[in-house]
Design a protein around this ligand. Structure first.
Ligand code: SAM
Length: 280
């Protein structure tokens, strides 16, 4: 009786769409996700949204401990009962975006999660930008988002630039919507993010890099000289000179730039205005 639908019915819980509640019920898929995480016996795993504990049950035997953060208090009795005899599993009934990671996981932890899709980007930012650093993230996300995470120049977005700044991203498995209850409208994929110990490109600091990238993507359809001129408040002409000095054609659009080119722009902007970057 560990099928998510049975457990939910038994507790008279109706899944909430607003919380991204689509539960994987296929044990083979869950087993595969746990295997893809390549967990070691001394790993601490952070699971986001354990739901009824379906994935948790496959991870717990492979790791030292699992800290699972679930926002929906209705699920806590199911989780507490199911893992009553698993001393290495701890549930926190709270919002992952409000969770101070430093207080719950050590550096080098591993994230394994079937994410609530409505806050995928916010969770990625929260996990990648806040200490302690994770060593690896194995995340089930919407297929379209997975493709954005691994995008190459030509199709880049602020999300792909940001994630690739912090980690090497690849799609390791596709998941059919039929294995979820309730069945979502979209297909899914598992992405593996191996975090970089240091940024993979040469930048003055993270803040300048992200200030320039954010400004660049603020008006995606416009040429860089306009979007950077406006966003960095340096005017179109100065922006064109700055972009040229970085070896880049000022007429290009943000989506065509590589990570290295964003880094070159960050260095050029830093030379122009070496004051500490203000958050934009
Ligand atoms: N892990 C289960 C599985 O694989 O079947 C459930 C995954 S379901 C897609 C997403 C889970 O995230 C739900 O249990 C939902 O309640 C939870 N959730 C939604 N928003 C959350 C948040 N802000 N913080 C923590 N958990 C959240």
């Amino acid at each position: 009786m560990t099928n998510p639908k049975n457990l939910l019915d038994q507790h008279e819980i109706v899944p909430k769409k607003g919380l991204g509640q689509n539960f994987i019920h296929d044990p083979n898929v869950l087993e595969k996700i746990a295997t893809l995480a390549e967990l070691m016996p001394d790993d601490t795993v952070l699971e986001i949204g354990p739901g009824t504990g379906a994935l948790t049950a496959h991870i717990a035997p492979l790791a030292r401990e699992v800290i699972a953060v679930e926002i929906d208090e209705r699920l806590m009795p199911i989780l507490e009962a199911r893992f009553e005899h698993a001393p290495n599993v701890r549930f926190l009934n709270q919002d992952i975006l409000e969770t101070h990671l430093r207080e719950v996981v050590p550096p080098g932890y591993v994230v394994v999660a079937n994410l609530p899709y409505y806050i995928t980007s916010a969770i990625l930012r929260h996990l990648l930008e806040n200490p302690p650093p994770a060593k690896r993230l194995i995340l089930t996300v919407q297929l379209e988002v997975a493709e954005r995470l691994i995008a190459k120049p030509g199709d880049m977005s602020l999300l792909s630039v940001s994630v690739q700044y912090y980690a090497k991203a690849r799609i390791v498995m596709r998941i059919n919507k039929a294995v979820f209850y309730p069945r979502p409208d979209v297909d899914s994929a598992v992405v593996r993010l191996d975090t970089h110990a240091r940024p993979p490109v040469d930048v003055p600091n993270d803040a300048v890099f992200f200030r320039v990238a954010r400004a660049g993507f603020a008006q995606k359809r416009k040429q860089l000289k306009n979007t950077l001129g406006d966003g960095l408040q340096i005017g179109h002409e100065r922006a064109a000179d700055m972009i040229t000095s970085a070896g880049i054609d000022p007429k290009r659009r943000a989506e065509t730039l590589s990570l290295e080119e964003w880094a070159a722009l960050a260095r050029a902007f830093h030379q122009l205005s070496p004051s500490p970057a203000q958050p934009s």
